[in-house]
Design a protein around this ligand. Sequence first.
Ligand code: FES
Length: 400
Amino acid sequence: MTATDSPVRDPNRFVPERAQEAGGSMHAGPIQARTRQLPRRLQRVLRSRVVDLATTPHGVDHYLSMVNPLWSLDRTRALLVDRIRETHDVTTLVLDPGPAWGPHEAGQHVRTQVDIDGRRRTRYFTISSSPRRADGLITLTVKAGDDAFVSRFLQTHARPGLVLEISEPRGEFVLPSPLPDHLLFIGGGSGITPLMSMTRTLLADGYRGRITFLNYVKTPADRIFAAELDRIDAHHDRVTLVTVCSEEDGDPDTLCGYLEQGHLDQVAPDWREAPAYVCGPPPMLDAAEAIWEEAGALDRFHIERFTLAAPSADVNAEGCVKLADSDIELANDGRPLLVQAEEAGLEPEYGCRMGICKTCTTRKVKGVTQSLTTGEVSSDDDQDIQICVNVALGDVELAL
Ligand code: FES
């Protein structure tokens, strides 16, 4: 079988209705391909100093979006063209990112911004589609968790015609080069999405090695991409797909429970030798890291975390966050400083968002911050901190 990157169509697939305003940025009708990209000659004019001055303080993009919500000089605006219901709480959004979109690498994610009730909201989603898709579309697979405002909005209200702003693809959770003979993928819940992008890509490229894929779900009904995974399992001898349910289903042949070394020994006895890619909820990632550490195989272990530890209850979420270079002051809401800066409209550089890569390192001019990953407190003035994992304890000033 030729691996397909097209999400499985089923009776639950959303059927476009009359585009309804649901609080987001919504275009009322079909957007023709010819209007998708801003004409080059017009771009040159709009980048001129005269136009810049004339459109201050809102900027050129503000006025462009009034003419065509997909037009922007500097940003990627993606048009929602379809949505597919995967499970009761997971939906795949099919997006047209336009001709300026550079191909992503399987496993990468994008920052997604959408206007909801007049406020810009930000959330990060892995791209679940393969960069090998011939139609140029990308998919984001969204789980509507109770704590995820944007995800819930997108799952409940997003309709074809919605325009989302997305960043360049980012992240280092990508396939190795050169490819090894065996790859081990372990996905928990919606953490399957980057692994699905990788699997689709490997199969589209005719990968000749083995893929062992453990998919941890609560019940069989919670399997995302279920029909496509079953087709892959049935048609590719070198792909071993194992679903592990945390709730027993009564079948003695089915693995159940949470990730443990016994599962790996049973499914892929040579698991220590294969590069492993793991994405899922924090307890699963912690368990996986402990297994690979115990095995002395951390050099072959790759994880993608999208959830930081929550600020501890005694974190003081009072005070002001001053972004000095931008002349912005915010009421501190206790979230990581990177998130607060982004919601204020800034675009600080970042990579892992987990305190690892140091891309987001920013000078803290004054104030006290605490790292969510190490608990370390920084109280001296003029210190460099990783704003992706640091929260403010009271008034803080950053050179941003
Ligand atoms: S983005 Fe990597 S350390 Fe902050």
